[in-house]
Design a protein around this ligand. Structure first.
Ligand SMILES: [Zn+2]
Length: 495
């Protein structure tokens, strides 16, 4: 018997050792989404993609307040509304919510992208609860952030892009849920890094699934394919399903970079190579300038989105129109070269968002400069890294600095305050601000930005936090203090 007891004790010890890492993972303070996602193509009365999600969210109350409800964002509602052919045949919404088998009341705000789920019992600070939701939405055709169509413009092939496609838990801040309106001219998302386990079922004809994090095919039978997507510690998840792209791959700084581009037989179509080369050089440039990229993979894809490019954790999308336009231009012509330069800047910009937005998060609606200005400044970091003419970068930055300078507009403002100056302020002027700061701080800037990136990794930065971290680096640098005061409202009374 003794032997068995010793055996039992040693087994318990082994089990305790095995359990320790899991116990730690339990306490990482992150929300955990488990989703069963099904995509079904509907042909009549028009071609549409139906998205159905059965999900549970293991919610962690990371605030000092008790929560009586949870706020989820249904951005598919905004995409359908913004879609020119959305209209009557498309809708989205949380159909059911429950906790521990008990139904929960679902209340939709006047802005229907804001959904409140009332808890039967308050969730105290530091506590967890698991909420189940049933959700349905149509994926609009067209150019929204989530869309269904073809990147080749062909009827025989298809691509479905899913972004902000699931009910996303909002952030509780200063005693309330942060739920600003949907804003299509820029980003407006604000979420915590979370863990995701997704099972995706979709028509078998979609041969490739590309997602934030890791994606693996599980099975394929009876016209349906099943994929498993695991995304750990990511701010959100984007998934693209396609049967019309080719892929090139490379590796740098321990990161696998995959370039996915619209399949065609034109030998002059070099976008795949350009996406890959630019993303590889960008990862190298930003690792050096800001710090390491924490995920194993980065996917760059052709996309039907309206914007030039779009960021998501571990995945960036580039408007396929650039590549299509490039094929029509005479090779090596000045216009073709300008367009190639533009494509490189877009790829570098979106890649920089992996660092600022993906890893260092921010309230993209109220303080867009914290990711957009950094991503635009990232373009200059990339250009100088690949040996582009530094004088031209300098000239661009001088021009950006002048734009809207007369209006006295600072960059740390919301789209409501900036109005028509939003783009010039948060992209161009913001990039110029960081560039000037780099010039007047020298080595101190590199040290500061690396420290800032490390301190806010997997967290959300704000302007106050930025200024607080910057303060010791510029306490004896009056020129830098002047630059900060010119561009940031919140620095007006600091120096
Ligand atoms: Zn951007």
């Amino acid at each position: 018997m003794m032997k068995r007891i010793i055996w039992a004790i040693s087994m318990i010890a082994v089990l305790l050792m095995l359990c320790a890492p899991f116990a730690q993972a339990e306490e990482n303070g992150r929300n955990r989404y488990r989703m069963d996602v099904t995509l079904t193509e509907k042909k009549l009365p028009m071609r549409r993609m139906l998205l159905e999600i059965d999900m549970t969210v293991d919610v962690f109350n990371d605030s000092a307040d008790a929560w009586t409800d949870l706020c989820f964002r249904d951005y598919m509602h905004s995409y359908i509304e913004a879609s020119s052919i959305g209209g009557l045949l498309m809708k989205s919404g949380v159909e059911e919510a429950s906790c521990g088998g008990e139904a929960l009341e679902v209340a939709v705000a006047e802005d229907e992208s804001i959904v409140y789920v009332k808890l039967n019992e308050p969730l105290g600070p530091g506590e967890r609860t698991i909420v189940s939701l049933k959700y349905k939405a149509h994926v609009p055709s067209g150019y929204q952030r989530s869309n269904f169509g073809s990147v080749r413009g062909a009827i025989s092939t298809a691509t479905c892009e899913l972004s902000q496609f699931y009910p996303m838990l909002a952030i509780w801040q200063d005693g309330k849920w942060m739920a600003d309106e949907y804003f299509s001219d820029g980003e407006c998302f604000f979420t915590r890094c979370s863990d995701y386990e997704i099972t995706l079922r979709l028509p078998e004809k979609y041969t490739d699934v590309i997602a934030s994090g890791d994606e693996q095919p599980v099975s394929s039978a009876d016209g349906e394919s099943v994929w498993r997507i695991t995304s750990e510690n990511m701010r959100d998840v984007t998934i693209v399903a396609t049967n019309e792209m080719d892929m090139l791959t490379g590796e740098i700084c321990g990161v696998t970079v995959n370039s996915w581009f619209s399949r065609n037989s034109n030998p002059d179509d070099v976008r795949g190579e350009m996406y890959l080369e630019t993303a590889l050089a960008s990862v190298e440039a930003f690792t050096e300038a800001f710090g390491p990229y924490p995920y194993g993979e980065l996917d760059v894809l052709d996309s039907n989105i309206e914007a030039g490019g779009m960021e998501a954790p571990g995945l960036i999308r580039i408007n396929q129109m650039y590549g299509a336009m490039l094929m029509d231009l005479e090779k090596d012509s000045a216009t073709a070269q300008m367009l190639q330069q533009e494509i490189r800047k877009v790829v570098a910009h979106e890649t920089a968002h992996e660092w600022f937005y993906g890893v260092v998060g921010n309230d993209q609606y109220n303080e867009a400069w914290l990711d957009e200005s950094f991503a635009s400044y990232g373009e200059t970091v990339y250009l100088r890294h690949v040996g582009d003419n530094g004088e031209r970068v300098k000239e661009d930055m001088r021009m950006y600095a002048d734009w809207s300078l007369g209006s006295g507009l600072t960059v740390d403002r919301s789209p409501k305050e900036l109005g028509g100056d939003y783009i010039t302020a948060v992209y161009q002027r913001g990039a110029s601000f960081l560039y000037q700061l780099e010039r007047v701080m020298g080595e101190d800037f590199t040290e500061f930005i690396r420290a800032y990136y490390a301190a806010y990794s997997f967290k959300e930065a704000d302007t106050e936090g930025f200024l607080e971290m910057l303060a010791p680096y510029i306490e004896d640098n009056e020129t830098a203090q002047g630059v900060v005061q010119r561009y940031l409202d919140r620095a007006k009374d600091l120096y």
